[in-house]
Ligand binder design. Structure first.
Ligand code: NAP
Length: 532
């Protein structure tokens, strides 16, 4: 018997070092976008010790015998990975041996509080003597873990538990509800810290660049995601759910998240932390079909195999794939692509259940224009057999996120990232004391745990600069920082304030038999934070 890694693997690879027989691969987790979508356990080498199961921050590892029925296929996928990639001893980097620095010699500001920021913070605060100040625009931490991960993926959200140790460290201070660039600027951060790490993600959505893009009824999927996750910036959005069909452009994992939320059974959604306004709006939704549109073929699909498989287990929803869109056989050099092809073939052979809702996958269809007079009435697409109009009044473009420029830092317009070398910001030459991690560093790719290696890489550059004496200078301390924030009228929320908000949301959840009912306005959040 063996343990099996399943769908919501976060890829932060915390399971790898605890495995006594070193049978989890790829051992480096996956900073490189071309590496595996998830990690796998070699069933022939696993000794059933359960160490990985205990360590996994998102509950993605199951004992083979306890695999829920909808996850049994992952046993096959874990084994198939090792048929293609026989287990070889891993060459893991030696763990960092640094234990402490002189008090006051390294003060670091981290901007953002999503997974990239949290992994960087956890890495730094472990070294005795290091001080970290973390700044977040919203009164609530955790970025896309709170406002991006789909509400039916509650296990994934539990990754936040591993960061609590860092947040409660006395050398760590949280400054939520403080916007860098507005309340405090880059130069002021540098005046109070030896180094600044930006982990601000990719805050906007890419554009399609086609006619009709500004018509009512067309939205960025990211807005819909923010709406259903109760992000204060998106809580007031309105989406037209009155027609039977919605179309999503792009077939990445965000597209699959959005399709599930649009079609899932209301009771199943009510068991999650989805925003109450979304739950109420979906109660009146007429949508019965979601078309997921890709300009390329199934072998180039951006969704991960695990998410594609899970879609087929959604109650009351058929997954429709046209067999004509599939290649003649399922063999592909890449094991995950072979798995996707095999699942797609199974979907193409399923007989739809009368009365079910549908997710329809379309391949080889490029959007040409959004048509309509006052509002979107359809999406014109071009494929092998010419152009065609797909009627719909709700079009969500899910074609990737894009980072925004940061005041005081260089910016690469093409990639929407800050130019950097392994996390050290460069503007021709390295910009002293300034670093990036996460999506603003490497672009909008990868799952939550990808940020662990990304942060380790950035922090390694910071240590190299520290050791070379490049960060040595006099900076003001925490009292001066607090005085500056107070003078600017900042209503900063600290960790205890967040715990009060968190507790209040969970209490509201108890009353409604839900994990939490989120506050969706800054005022409500601040008021709950003050009560704490
Ligand atoms: P993504 O994975 O990069 O997918 C973007 C999709 O948009 C692709 O299908 C791409 O097709 C398509 N596209 C791009 N430009 C287009 C255009 N002009 N016209 C038509 N289609 C276009 O992006 P994402 O879904 O936003 O996800 C971002 C990252 O978050 C990914 O790494 C994803 O895995 C991760 N994520 C993971 C989960 C999860 O694990 N459950 C959930 C959400 C997000 P082409 O390939 O043809 O360019």
């Amino acid at each position: 018997m063996a343990y099996v890694i399943t769908q919501n693997c976060c890829k932060d690879a915390s399971c790898v070092p605890v495995c006594p027989v070193d049978c989890i691969r790829p051992a480096e987790g996956g900073l490189d976008s071309a590496s595996a979508e998830m990690l796998y356990i070699d069933p022939d080498s696993c000794i059933d010790c359960g160490a990985c199961f205990e360590e996994c921050p998102v509950g993605a590892i199951h004992y083979e015998e306890d695999l829920p029925s909808e996850m049994r296929r992952f046993k096959e996928l874990n084994a198939a990975y090792f048929e293609r990639h026989p287990l070889e001893p891993a060459t893991l980097p030696a763990p960092a041996s640094r234990a402490r620095v002189e008090a006051g010699s390294l003060r670091v500001a981290i901007v953002g509080s999503g997974p990239a920021a949290c992994y960087a913070a956890a890495e730094l605060i472990d070294v005795d003597g290091v001080e970290v100040n973390l700044f977040e625009r919203l009164p609530t931490p955790f970025g896309l873990i709170r406002a991006g991960v789909a509400p039916d993926h509650q296990h994934t959200k539990s990754v936040v538990d591993i960061f609590e140790r860092a947040f409660i460290n006395p050398r760590f201070a949280s400054h939520f509800n403080v916007e860098v660039g507005r309340t405090i600027n880059h130069d002021e951060l540098l005046a109070h810290h030896h180094a600044v790490i930006y982990a601000v993600g990719a805050a906007t959505s890419r554009r399609l660049g086609i006619d009709g893009e500004d018509l009512i009824g067309h939205h960025a999927a990211a807005e819909f995601v923010g709406w259903y996750n109760g992000h204060p910036d998106h809580a007031a959005h309105q989406f037209d759910l009155s027609a039977e069909r919605a179309v999503i452009v792009g077939n990445g994992n965000v597209a699959l998240d959005v399709a599930r939320v649009l079609l899932m059974d209301r009771d199943a959604l009510a068991a999650t932390d989805i925003a109450q306004h979304t739950l109420d709006a979906l109660a009146d939704s007429a949508i019965r079909e979601v078309v997921i549109l890709a300009r390329r073929g199934i072998a180039d699909a951006a969704f991960s195999a695990g998410e594609f498989l899970a879609l087929g287990h959604l109650d009351g929803v058929d997954v429709i794939v046209d067999a004509h869109d599939l290649p003649a056989d399922d063999d592909h050099d890449d094991i995950e692509t072979s798995f996707k092809l095999a699942i797609a073939r199974e979907y193409s052979q399923r007989i739809p259940t009368p009365g079910n809702k549908r997710v329809v996958f379309r391949f080889g269809a490029t959007p040409v224009a959004i048509r309509g007079t006052d509002r979107a009435e359809g999406l014109e697409v071009r494929g092998d057999s010419g152009t065609e109009m797909i009627e719909t009044s709700l079009i969500l473009r899910s074609i990737g996120y894009r980072g925004l420029p940061i005041q005081g830092l260089p910016y690469d317009e093409d990639s929407g990232t800050v130019p950097n070398e392994s996390g050290r910001v460069v503007d021709g030459a390295p910009v002293r004391g300034t670093y990036v991690t996460g999506w603003i560093k490497r672009g909008p790719r990868g799952v939550i745990g990808t940020n662990r290696l990304c942060a380790e890489q950035t922090v390694a550059q910071l240590w190299a600069d520290f050791d070379a004496g490049l960060l040595t200078r006099d900076v003001a301390g925490r009292e001066s920082l607090d005085a500056l924030l107070a003078a600017r009228g900042a209503q900063a929320v600290g960790w205890s304030g967040w715990r009060a908000i968190d507790g209040a949301e969970r209490d509201r959840g108890v009353q409604a038999a839900r994990p939490r009912v989120k506050f969706v306005s800054i005022e409500e959040m601040l008021s709950a934070g003050r009560r704490g």
